[in-house]
Each structure stands twice: as C-alpha cells, then as structure tokens.
Design a protein around this ligand. Structure first.
Ligand code: 0X9
Ligand code: ZN
Length: 315
C-alpha cells in the first residue's frame, strides 16, 4: 500500500500531487513546466493563498535531481503534506510565503533506479553523436546516455568538478541546459518574481551547503547565508538530534560547477540558495530505509520553516 514508510513510483507521486490539488483547490495549483527526455511531465506544486499576482516572497524547493537519492522526493512530498493537509498547524508559513515545490526533478532517472539500476544518478537523455548514426550498440548502456542535471546549469558550466566524459556519473552534458529538465526549471524560476530562497534536496551526508560550489571564494553575503543556515540546522537538530554540517561545497565536499545552487544565486539572483544533503552519513547511504522518511521529513521541514520565516520578514 501507499504509506509514508515507503518510497513511491513516479506515477504514484504524480497521483498524490493531483490529490492535493483536488483537496485544496484554492490553495494548491499544479503546474506542468515541461517534459522529461522520456516524456514524463515535470510538475511543480504552487502553494499560495492568493491566486493572482502576489507581493509575497517566494521559496522554491526541488528534489530528486539525482535518481538514486530517494529520500529527497519523499521529503519534498512530506513537506507538501504538512503545508497542505496540515495547513492549520502551518498557517504562519503558508500565509506569508508562496511555495513552489518540485518533488521529482528527474523522473526518468528516478524510474530507472526502480526498474533497472538502483544507483543511477543522471537523466536518461540519449546521446546523439552524429558519427555514430546508424551504429548498432552492444547494449543500452554502451551508448552512455544521461547527463548529471546538477552539472548542466548555465553558470560556470563545465569548469571544476564536472566531467566531459559522457559515460561518467558527473557528465555536464554537451552544452549548458542540454537537458529538458534543467531548461524547464531554469525558465520557470526566471519567470517568477520575488523568489528569495532556492533549496535543492539531495542525499546523502547531512550537510547544509551554500554557494559557491565552483570556487573557493566566499559569496559577498556569505555571513547572511551562514547565519540563516545555522539557525535552520539548529531547528533541524532539535527534532531528532540529527547533526548537520554547514559550509560551502568546496570546503566540506568538493567543488562543482554548473550546479543549480550556484545558478540560482549567480544567475537568477536568489539570495538564500542552498543544497541540502539529507540523511544519513553513510550507514545506509542511498539505501536509506523507508522507516526514516517521516523523521527525516519532520526535521527537514523544521529547518525549511526557519528559511521561510526569515524571508517572510523581508530581509
Ligand atoms: O555533487 C553534487 O551534485 C551534490 N552532491 S550529491 O552527492 N547529492 O551528488 C553536491 C552539490 C553541491 N553544490 C555545489 N557544489 N554547487
Ligand atoms: Zn545529489
């Protein structure tokens, strides 16, 4: 059965989004922002108490850019549940902020991890190498399709920490925004006014990462991002004692370029841009048991509410 203790397939996730929209039509709108390489709809849930043009600050959250990181879409869904089904408890953040949540940014990669290769990371676009037209491949994988969506954004694309090897897991793609998924996200984000926070949910390692990823230099407003991020992980820790590290990607992990967090800040001008690496720290890694969905959802939502309340104050 569909429960919060299990990870769900793309079609069941979509069905839940439809359910939420039907449950609270005044609050929830479902927006299809494009189609994946394999033709799946790319869906964003907008939660807003005013349907018309809004003066409110906005927060964007995407999840599942990497197929194998199953906890991320599950946490995005859990937050949607809190915002919509438990609206009365979370009024403060629903009424003061417009929420844009995309639970499944890479539906093709996600489905591929369910039916073929549990550790697939990239999109599932097919490669077109003109000189290979007509060639018969040994098997599906020999073609080395797929692009790392988190290396495909048009900001310092193809520099440090991205691969130009189409067979590698961090392949940046043939050009920036070669993938319909990244292009759709970027176009949609640029159309919105008033976005003040950008969050992208990944796993694993329990880290709250802030720009820049492409350089070791700190952002001009690094202190603001650290201050708000610290308060977020403090709130997170209060729920179940889970400890997060905070800092930039080069200082805690490794540098990467063409990543969505850098693009959101550097190109889209969204001040509070973070990559959240959810549970755990490696005990289960990508195979985090479904029994951890609810606790991970609870603690992450506590942190996200700190960010939402902060942007609601208008600073
Ligand atoms: O490498 C990534 O894309 C992210 N880690 S993951 O294990 N989920 O793949 C980290 C990205 C952090 N952001 C930047 N470095 N810009
Ligand atoms: Zn990831």
């Amino acid at each position: 059965p569909l429960t919060w203790a299990r990870y769900h397939r793309a079609k069941d996730i979509d069905a839940y989004l439809e359910y939420l929209a039907a449950l609270e039509p005044k609050l929830v709108s479902l927006i299809t922002i494009g189609k994946s390489s394999e033709g799946r709809p790319l869906k964003v849930v907008k939660i807003s108490t005013n349907k018309k043009r809004s003066e409110k600050p906005g927060i964007w959250i995407d999840a599942g850019m990497h197929g194998r990181e199953w906890i991320a879409p599950a946490v995005a869904l859990f937050m949607l549940k809190q915002l919509v089904e438990n609206y009365s408890t979370n009024r403060a953040v629903v009424d003061s902020v417009d929420w844009y949540i995309m639970p499944l940014a890479n539906p093709d990669g996600y489905e591929y991890t369910h039916n073929t290769d549990r550790f697939w990371r990239k999109s599932r676009s097919k490669k077109n190498r003109p000189h290979e037209m007509g060639r018969i491949f040994w098997d599906e994988d020999e073609r080395c399709g797929g692009v790392d969506l988190n290396r495909n954004f048009d900001f310092h694309w193809g520099e440090a920490g991205a691969s130009d090897n189409a067979c590698g897991p961090t392949y940046a793609g043939p050009r920036p925004f070669s993938e319909p998924e990244t292009k759709a996200i970027a176009d949609f984000i640029l159309e919105q006014e008033g976005l003040k926070a950008y969050l992208t949910l990944h796993s694993y390692s329990q880290m709250w990462l802030l720009p820049w990823g492409y350089t070791r230099q700190i952002a001009k407003d690094h202190d603001d991002l650290m201050y708000v991020g610290r308060r977020a992980i403090e709130a997170l820790q209060k729920v179940h004692g889970t400890i997060y590290k905070i800092g930039s990607s080069p200082s805690l992990l490794y540098p990467t370029s063409g990543s969505s967090d850098d693009w959101a800040k550097g190109r889209a001008g969204i001040k509070y841009s973070y990559t959240v690496e959810l549970r755990d720290r490696g005990t289960y890694g990508f195979l985090l048991p479904g029994s951890q969905i609810v606790p991970t959802g609870r603690e992450t939502f506590a942190a996200v509410k700190v960010i939402a309340k902060h942007i609601a104050k208008g600073t």
